[in-house]
Design a protein around this ligand. Sequence first.
Ligand code: NAG
Ligand code: NAG
Length: 347
Amino acid sequence: MPGDPSFTFSVLHRICKLVVLLCFLHIAVAVVFYVRSFDFRLAFVQNQQSNNNISKSQNTDPVVSYGKVLEQPVKKLEKCPETSPLLVGPLKVEFNFTVDLELVKKENPNVQPGGRFKPKDCEALQKVAIIIAFRYREEHLKYWLYYLHPILQRQQLDYGVYVIKQDGNDTFNKCRLLNTGYAEALKEYDYNCFVFNDVDVIPMDDRNTYKCFSQPRHLGVYLDKFGFRLPYNGCFGGATSLSKEQYLKINGFPNNYWGWGGEDDDIYNRVVTKGMSISRPDSEIGKCRMIRHNRDKLNDPNPQRFDLLAHTQQTMDKDGINSLKTQVLSIQKFDLYTMITVDVGKP
Ligand SMILES: *[C@@H]1O[C@H](CO)[C@@H](O)[C@H](O)[C@H]1NC(C)=O
Ligand SMILES: *[C@@H]1O[C@H](CO)[C@@H](O)[C@H](O)[C@H]1NC(C)=O
């Protein structure tokens, strides 16, 4: 009955029970939310660690949890498309003017010191080191930089340009320079693709992408000098690309070719010996121009080249990147390229 003390007591008792129940409910809900947010933070930290390995983009979205901003996570850039939308196709390539490197630098403001570049808006599909064996040909190098930097940027590559210069005036050894370029580029960055480009070979179409393929790629294929035809089927010079795996599979390039000729054919023999084949762009896309010049001093035809070539199979596992002995004398970072000066030894 209302007014009866026992009735009042029983009402109070019920209210108390309800309050205790509510307290339990509140604690339970709090615990559930706490555990969830803990999981979330854990996942977030893991996610961030894996992102750090992939890209260091500044592009961020704040993560909001219960009204407060936790931290700025690193947003992963989308991968660049298989075919860059920036390509324009066939290009005019002429060598009848003087290149001013200051102007080239101004026209390519996104190229970083040492000749490095990566696209801003997407994650490049490959990291490409471009290796150029070099001596005496300053004018050719200027044309190369003038034409190639815009092309490589349109191809959306993460790339670096390495000019490997032979010190002194002794007989030229192109392959020792290229092997040294491979090793030195890898010390600088985690490249997974290597393009070996003669300084005087310029592609005439930007669809000829300077990247690596499932087989070693012949990029500088159809030269104006040969009427835009392949001079012979086993030709593998001018400009080529090999992935790191492909390069290591053939033990890099031979170290014992001095002077002009033979080394390209040796590299072809290595590729075929290891069960790979040459991939090439079609005859339109693969056109290139070669800068005309007289042969350099101390780069005479190598009289031993035919003898060496006959033994590639027997010598290739002992002679290559695993037996390279050269000495790096200097590494210079210029605006549009890295120059590495090397003592390659003597024949
Ligand atoms: C270079 O040659 C091309 C084609 O022969 C010509 O159109 C162009 O005007 C020349 N440029 C200079 C600077 O002489
Ligand atoms: C190499 O030859 C050039 C000229 O062709 C000369 O100026 C230079 O001093 C020579 N260098 C050496 C180390 O002999």
